[in-house]
Write a protein of this length. Structure first.
Length: 320
């Protein structure tokens, strides 16, 4: 889905209120104030929104403003998303968890909708904003609260790669097929995670070669047996000839426990199957059962929590 929203659609004396409604609808519940109240009548802004599977990409161009998400907003709307602001033009500040990330063109920072934050812009600006379900990023990163409001440079390393991918995505997003869109969304997340892992707060002692070997071995076996509804830590331990506690130990440094990892891989597999043209006639329940789920209602709830849409809505997105 691709849509353009602009304050040009309303009279000048309604633009700030209209803008606040726009950002609440596109992102989460927020408050917005102009930096210079006497210029509220001259406020201008636009949002071009693109929706990919499990990832929203929007381009925000606007006048100076201060945006806030307060405890009151969170109480009224408990949306769980991570957002990433990529500064394209001008300067901005992302404030959360007692930290300020100062963003110049090319820099980006992460923030979490489940806790208060502020976005501060002293002058006109342009940002590219990524929005993804909270559980999606928490499945890849530990201790995300230590990574918010911290500047990641877009001039080198993973940050530079992310900017390159986003620029290409802006040019080609309207022509992507559903399976390609899912692959791109996953690629953007992988590069985003790589960039965040360069932050000092994300650095942790590396795994020993032996632990890394055992972890890869267990993950490979999980992927091979997703269709088995009886797959569990206990069954893996018995098959591999190790104890369940051994499997728990090799996952100790991972964002997810072994059981959570099995669940996550099943959900990921279903998300791909639902967009696969060859499976378009297969009922959602059959796709879930083929990936080891044995309760359709439970699967549907878990899928919505993970991807922000029901399985049917996810499948229908391939035709939008």
């Amino acid at each position: 889905m691709n849509q353009l929203l602009s304050t040009d659609a309303v009279p000048r004396n309604q633009r700030l209120a209209y803008w606040t409604d726009m950002i609440c609808n596109v992102y989460v519940q927020l408050g917005c104030d102009p930096v210079r109240p006497d210029e509220a009548g001259n406020f201008e802004g636009s949002i071009r929104q693109h929706t990919l599977p499990s990832l929203d990409v929007s381009v925000v161009t606007s006048s100076a403003q201060n945006v806030t998400r307060t405890a009151g907003h969170i109480a009224r709307s408990s949306d769980d998303y991570f957002l990433v602001s990529i500064q394209a033009r001008g300067k901005g500040v992302v404030r959360q968890d007692g930290r300020d990330a100062v963003l110049s063109a090319g820099d980006f920072a992460l923030y979490d909708s489940t806790r208060p934050y502020e976005l501060l812009f002293d002058d006109a600006f342009e940002q590219i904003v990524l929005k993804l379900p909270g559980e999606r990023l928490r499945s890849e990163l530990r201790n995300t609260e230590t990574l918010t409001a911290t500047t990641v440079s877009g001039r080198e390393g993973a940050g530079h790669l992310l900017l390159g991918m986003i620029r290409t995505l802006r040019e080609d997003i309207d022509t992507l097929q559903p399976a390609s869109a899912l692959a791109v969304a996953n690629g953007v997340q992988s590069i985003l995670v790589a960039g965040l892992q360069t932050l000092p707060a994300a650095r942790a002692p590396g795994l020993s070669n032996l632990t890394a070997y055992h972890l890869a071995r267990v993950k490979r076996r999980i992927d091979e047996q997703l269709a088995d509804p009886t797959l569990s830590v206990s069954s893996l331990a018995a098959e591999l000839g190790v104890s369940a506690s051994h499997i728990h130990r090799v996952f100790k440094s991972e964002p997810l426990t072994a059981s959570q990892y099995i669940w996550e891989r099943r959900l990921q597999a279903c998300s791909k199957d639902l967009l696969e043209p060859r499976l378009v006639g297969r009922p959602v329940g059959e796709i879930a059962y083929a990936r080891g789920f044995n309760d359709a209602a439970h699967f549907s709830r878990a899928f919505r929590e993970r991807f922000g849409r029901s399985p049917r809505e996810w499948r229908n997105s391939r035709m939008q």
